[in-house]
Design a protein around this ligand. Structure first.
Ligand code: XMP
Length: 517
């Protein structure tokens, strides 16, 4: 693999992802790993990530110069660049010339390994206080900026390279090219890694972890748990049992997709628990959003726990202990929960967890290193149905938090019908990839007067909430073309009896959250 040494900034996983985009396998190791640890992984190349702003900062992670003498190609970025310069006897100085954000860099040598065939002027993303003022002996300076006389260097003979900026971020316009030049020309690697290779590696790893023990998985119908389950199934086949809790809060056709298409295409053992009535009973009369979320979370755990006990019990009777639980944790989830810096509880998210002590499992998390788009590629490669692979993010509490008012069977049916029209029309208009997700919200507690035919109606409004986003942390409302909105509005008011008004939510996040509750 190409090893990215994480010097403590949030960029290391992004670098690994860019390397994988260049179709070369990459892993991240912490900077505390010794040179021996690193070399034990048999790296084809090493990338030193960004990190704290200064090599002089207290407790700044050090770079063992031996790493640069091991004969492995090395590429330093930002802090990694400075650490490299220092380790090889260059000068890193506090020039007082800070550069943050978009910066113009002047390439001195367009024949160099990193910059061959690229423009002399490039726009890059910088974030540094110190600068390398003198390159180490044997290193050729290949680029500079106003604040960094030595902004890039290379030593082709020892195959050592570095840039002061962050080539991994999209703001660095030739960033991916620079990285690929290092990988293909500097380290002489061949791009041959793809989703198929992730599958092979994960399958081997899951087999090694699980052995002949049995594995349980809670399928939600979303992309992550489905792909994780498909991957584990490929690795250990019938040792995996999935439990799908049908809480009745999914959208039209989604439960069927899991129960029929997914099972048909993967051959997974699936236990379906029909808990629709139980959830309706528990939610009867409840209007408060947080209370709804808590009830849905609690009932989910109850139902899943019971199903898990059954599966575990049956397996034990057959002499097969169940010791593992699959989770579709993605890399961004790992970062978010690891961040743990007292983030406010805006909404209580419900995921599987909090199982009682006598149901303790070890976790199998085959998607931990991947981003959503990579998970989708793996899913497609594994034959997970496209309708599931391309499903938009959907909250665990489902339609329960898209009904402002009481969650009843009638309200659910109304919302499901309106939502199905919206999804159908957005897909037909080719807008799926422009829209991150489009909640449809039923304002069940509100009525307004309308007229249909010759008659007065007194129905409910629905709200369309199309948003564009990168990661759901921030979002903007999507400018859906008026004619598409008009068509959606006509269809809903004609076809969904209880709804006589369609409105559009034009609030960004913040201040509005994506979901209404
Ligand atoms: P908000 O409404 O907080 O939503 O802006 C951000 C993203 O999270 C999804 N969401 C949830 N996902 N369990 C989940 O798994 C939840 O309880 C939950 N609540 C919101 C929401 O759909 C959006 O993508």
């Amino acid at each position: 693999p190409v090893i990215v040494v994480d010097f403590g900034a949030q960029y290391a996983q992004l670098i690994a992802r860019r390397v994988r985009e260049a179709r070369i396998y990459s892993e991240v190791l912490p900077h505390t790993a010794s040179v021996a640890d690193l070399l034990a992984r048999d790296p084809q190349a090493i990338i030193l990530s960004g990190g704290p702003s200064s090599v002089y900062a207290e407790g700044a992670p050090a770079l063992d110069p031996a790493l640069l003498e091991a004969g492995v190609p090395v590429f330093g970025m930002c802090y990694g660049f400075q650490a490299m310069a220092q380790a090889r006897g260059g000068t890193v100085a506090r020039t007082g010339l800070r550069e943050y954000g978009q910066t113009r860099v002047e390439v001195a040598d367009t024949e160099s390994t990193l910059f061959r065939g690229q423009p002399r002027e490039q726009s890059v993303w910088m974030s540094h206080g110190d600068s390398v003022t003198e390159a180490p002996a044997g290193m050729r300076v290949t680029a500079s900026t106003a604040g960094a006389p030595v902004a890039a260097f290379e030593d082709d003979e020892r195959r050592l390279y570095g840039v002061q900026w962050h080539p991994e971020v999209l703001h660095s316009t030739f960033g991916q090219e620079v990285l690929e030049h290092f990988l293909y020309a500097g380290a002489r690697l061949t791009p041959d890694w793809d989703a198929g290779s992730v599958i092979e590696e994960q399958v081997a790893q899951i087999r090694a972890q699980v052995g002949d023990k049995h594995v349980l998985c809670a399928l939600s119908g979303g992309v992550d748990s489905s792909v994780a389950a498909a991957l584990v199934h490929k690795a250990v086949g019938d040792q995996l049992t999935c439990v799908f809790v049908d809480h009745g809060l999914l959208r039209e056709g989604e439960a069927e997709q899991v129960e029929e298409e997914f099972v048909a295409s993967t051959g997974i053992n699936l236990v379906v628990v029909d808990a629709r009535q139980q959830f309706l009973d528990a939610l009867a009369g409840v209007r408060d959003p947080e209370e709804k979320r808590k009830i849905i979370g609690r009932e989910f755990i109850r139902v899943f726990e019971q199903a898990a006990r059954d599966v575990v019990g049956h397996a034990a009777e057959d002499g097969h202990p169940v010791e593992f639980l699959v989770q579709g944790t993605l890399y961004p989830d790992v970062v978010e929960s690891g961040g743990g810096s007292g983030t406010a509880n805006i909404k209580s998210h419900h995921n599987v967890g909090g199982l009682p002590d006598d149901l303790q499992f070890s976790l199998v998390e085959p998607l931990r290193d991947l981003f959503k788009d990579e998970v989708r590629k793996v899913g497609l490669e594994l034959g997970v149905p496209e309708a599931i692979v391309w499903r938009q993010p959907f909250p665990g509490p489902g339609l329960g938090i898209r009904i402002v008012g009481e969650v009843t069977a009638d309200n659910l049916a109304t919302l499901r019908a309106a939502d199905a029209i919206v999804r159908h029309e957005l897909t037909r208009a080719g807008l799926d990839r422009d829209i991150w997700q489009c909640p449809v919200v039923l304002l069940a507690d509100i009525r307004s007067v309308g007229v249909q035919g010759d008659g007065r109606t007194y129905g409910h409004p629905v709200v369309l909430r199309p948003v564009s986003s990168e990661d759901a942390m921030t979002a903007d409302w999507t400018r859906v073309p008026y004619d598409v909105l008009a068509h959606i509005s006509n269809r809903i008011t004609n076809e969904v009896e209880q709804v006589n008004r369609v409105t559009l939510d034009v609030t960004s996040k913040p201040p509005g959250t994506i979901e209404w509750e």
